[in-house]
Design a protein around this ligand. Structure first.
Ligand code: NAD
Ligand code: TYD
Length: 342
């Protein structure tokens, strides 16, 4: 039986990854370490909470002693680090938590894993570390220099560089993955797709930054999770792998597509003050992952988006509980009782 330690498993991508691994591998055991920040929602994994192969440990990746205890107890075959502060706008308002979790947390986790003799480590990173492309530039490759724009991107770049340094200095067996913009179920409604879906469904305005000309390269979270699994199994230690959906879209075109799919009018669009330092364009060259890992993005944007829209339509209660803050009571009410019963 393989034991995986997943950090940040109560967030958007981590929860999709945990569910996927449990569904696809009967012999896997997963321990999910999550601090439960505002972005961590235990309800995201409520459907697997009773699975004997799954275990939740509330804790902070900046807490070395906590990590030492967990690692000594479970002796994982691999560690996958999803835990992060992940929203660019929040990093502009206050970069402190980003440096703390994304940089100090990654360093603390690396040290604890090194000390515990962890034999495989995947650092889940982002294409935002490469900075911004012009409209005519070729897509990011793994050799593109790191020129992050936002405090979020800078903190992720620092973490990537630390991981690389640990590989080189200590022969630490780590891999870095860098993915484009994800969409899919359980994404916190502060990122553009779930925010705009929630607003449009409530007939509220959609705040498009600047002129909506910025381009993002969208990938379904299922394809990203499959890529992380491929990197975990087949990635070469010390290497970086890019994942993308080969699906570039201007924000304004995305916004109009969402409104049309919901049968809502374009008059809900509000052009608002641009994000400071707003990256113009992201585009990802993922041929290295295709060649070396045998991975390729499989979910078409049309299919993935209509599934995602259907999910948000049928999970109005999930969105409402997130927006009201009610989801944060789940740990105190149901989950903690269950932990005490064990
Ligand atoms: P998210 O914000 O939805 O979830 C982050 C999770 O980490 C939450 O459950 C939170 O409680 C937890 N966490 C935060 N600080 C912690 C700490 N100190 N200790 C333990 N847990 C902590 O983020 P996401 O969108 O799921 O992103 C996951 C990872 O993937 C991040 O590292 C992010 O940089 C990367 N990434 C995200 C995208 C995207 O489009 N969302 C794209 C590429 C890469
Ligand atoms: P976001 O979902 O925050 O992801 P990222 O900044 O990591 O790419 O934003 C995606 C794009 O949408 C980005 O160009 C900023 C833009 N955006 C808006 O125009 N309005 C919004 O309310 C948000 C949240 C984002």
């Amino acid at each position: 039986m393989q034991t995986l330690l997943v950090t940040g498993g109560c967030g958007f991508i981590g929860s999709n990854f945990v569910r996927r691994q449990l569904a696809s591998d009967p012999d896997v055991r997963i321990v999910n370490v999550d601090k439960l920040t505002y972005a961590g929602n235990l309800e995201n994994l409520a459907d697997v909470a009773e699975d004997p192969r799954y275990q939740f440990e509330r804790g902070d990746i900046c807490d070395r002693e906590f990590l030492q205890r967990v690692l000594a107890k479970i002796r994982p075959n691999a560690v996958i680090n999803f835990a992060a502060e992940s929203h660019v706008d929040r990093s502009i308002l206050d970069s402190g938590p980003f440096i703390q979790t994304n940089v100090v947390g990654t360093q603390t986790l690396l040290d604890a894993c090194r000390e515990a003799g962890v034999s495989r480590f995947v650092q889940v990173s982002t294409d935002e570390v490469y900075g911004s492309l012009g409209f005519e530039d070729p897509p990011f490759t793994e050799a593109t220099p790191l020129v992050p724009s936002s405090p979020y991107a800078a903190s992720k770049a620092a973490a990537d560089l630390l991981v690389g340094a640990y590989c080189r200095t200590f022969d630490f067996p780590a891999i870095v993955t860098r993915c484009g913009n994800n969409y899919g179920p359980y994404q916190f409604p502060e990122k553009i797709i779930p925010l705009f879906l929630a607003n449009a469904l409530a007939d509220q305005a959609l705040p498009v930054y600047g002129h909506g000309e910025n381009v993002r390269d969208w990938i379904h979270v299922r394809d990203h999770c499959a890529g992380i699994d491929a990197a975990l199994r087949r990635g070469r230690v010390g290497e970086v792998y890019n994942f993308g959906g080969r699906n570039e879209l201007k924000n304004i075109d995305l916004t109009r597509t969402l409104l049309a799919a919901l049968g809502k009018p374009d008059s809900l669009i509000r052009y608002v003050t641009d994000r400071p330092g707003h990256d113009l364009r992201y585009a990802i060259d993922c041929t290295k992952a295709e060649r070396e890992l045998g991975w390729t993005p499989e979910v078409s944007f049309e299919e993935g988006l209509s599934e995602t829209i259907a999910w948000y339509r049928s999970h109005g209660e999930w969105v409402a509980r997130v927006q009201s803050g009610e989801y944060r009571r789940y740990y105190e009410t149901q989950y903690q009782d269950r932990l005490e019963d064990r």
